[in-house]
Design a protein. Structure first.
Length: 251
């Protein structure tokens, strides 16, 4: 409701009004404009200007929008983690989910460089993935800075594993596009194939679990992503062991 752009437009009186409202939202939705003016020591005209900056014609409309905002931010009735785990397992038993992981493992095993990309919670998992792959013998690095410069000409034999629940995050798409332009193969792990990131990828692994939002936060389970990363890393290790054994036998 209060975007950065709107907040930056507030003057000093409106900032004090904003601070009061955010701390006492549950009371403000039942106040009259005069009551709010008395509590915040501002004029009713200041409150009306404040409302107009939020695209509200008056204080009544503002209270309605504030109430809807509070309702969306109320704690959701979250299901057990077991529910989302069983949902993932049931869906992955169908189709060719494992074949996508195998294809990913083959591509990454033969890549000279492996780069993990993600922002937010996906950035944390990108760091985990890079560490896990490295621990199993495939050295990997990670990028979670959306402004990380991509200008290397040595990425033709690289694979970028890009994590994003929605597959629509602007910063992630920007990095994916830059890596693709430099010659990196793009592997994306998303919650759906019907997203921009999936469509621009060489390989996409979609895990299809119910998305869960708490207010503006996306708290969709990350269990499928961890499984995909670990399973892929184990497959890569087996591929490398087999290649090493074949090379040893040939000599």
């Amino acid at each position: 409701m209060f975007t950065n752009e709107v907040i930056s437009s507030f003057n000093d009186l409106e900032i004090s009004l904003y601070n009061y409202i955010t701390k006492h939202s549950d009371k403000v939705i039942y106040m009259r404009i005069r009551e709010l003016a008395d509590q915040t020591h501002v004029s009713t005209s200041t409150i009306l200007r404040f409302c107009r900056k939020l695209n509200c014609e008056g204080f009544s409309e503002f209270k309605v929008k504030l109430k809807l905002h509070l309702d969306r931010n109320e704690e959701a009735n979250l299901k057990s983690t077991k529910h989302y785990l069983s949902e993932f397992v049931e869906r992955t038993m169908k189709g060719n989910f494992e074949s996508y992981i195998q294809e990913t493992a083959e591509l990454v095993a033969h890549a000279e460089k492996v780069i993990f990309v993600g922002t937010g919670s996906s950035g944390i998992l990108a760091e985990f993935g890079a560490r896990y792959f490295s621990s199993l013998g495939k050295f990997s690095s990670f990028i979670k800075d959306p402004f990380y410069p991509i200008n290397s000409k040595d990425l033709n034999d690289s694979a970028a594993i890009i994590l994003s629940v929605s597959g629509e995050t602007d910063f992630t798409l920007r990095l994916a596009n830059l890596l693709k332009e430099e010659g990196s193969k793009i592997i994306s792990i998303t919650n759906s194939k019907n997203c921009t990131l999936a469509k621009m990828s060489d390989i996409n692994i979609a895990y299809y679990v119910t998305e869960v939002h708490l207010g503006e936060a996306n708290i969709t389970t990350q269990i499928p992503v961890i499984y995909i990363l670990e399973e892929t890393a184990h497959m890569i290790r087996n591929i490398n062991k087999l290649r090493h054994q074949m090379k040893k036998n040939s000599t």
